[in-house]
Write a new protein. Sequence first.
Length: 209
Amino acid sequence: MKRIVIVGCAGSGKSTLAHRLGQHLGLPVVHLDVLFWRPGWKAGDTAEFRDRVAVAMAGDTWISEGNFVDETFDLRLPRADTIVILERSRWICLLRVIWRAIFHRQRPDLPAGCPESPDEELLSYIWNFGRITRPHMEAALLPYLRDKHVIRLRRGREIAALLAPSDSGRHHRPWRAPAGAARSGRQFPPNDTSAAARSSAKLPPRVWL
């Protein structure tokens, strides 16, 4: 694993896993939140954001954590050798986000001038992630999965096993149909760019990672 993309719901543990994997493997970590958001949670310019992502992905080794499906998948996934998909329950994600806000943890993935703010928009995004955002993400992943290591992590012990040197290889599974798309009841083909496929998974204005 030299170029790793980590995706999943807000609060699923993407930044924590990226940090620990970076230490474990000696790889630099790229937090997409930091590259996109401006102070006060103001959205950055998309073209400038893509330029920053392209520069970050030009390196030989990296871990890139965050979603930004439409803005970055075409830049990150062709170069990645490993895709880690965190499939944590929405209750865990909600509790993690609320806990972070209460205890004000220092986070390297938190953009400057953007304090933790679990507002209604974020909580709604997490609650509906499996129904709205995940099918869109899974459909966008499909064209890139066949030549990648795809690692799906649902439980804490699976994450711990990935980080354990003796067990890190056990989760390197061959490509399979994404479980999220099957559970959603939507089966989008790899190159489906139809309005139905995209509108059914429209992201909220504030794209949480």
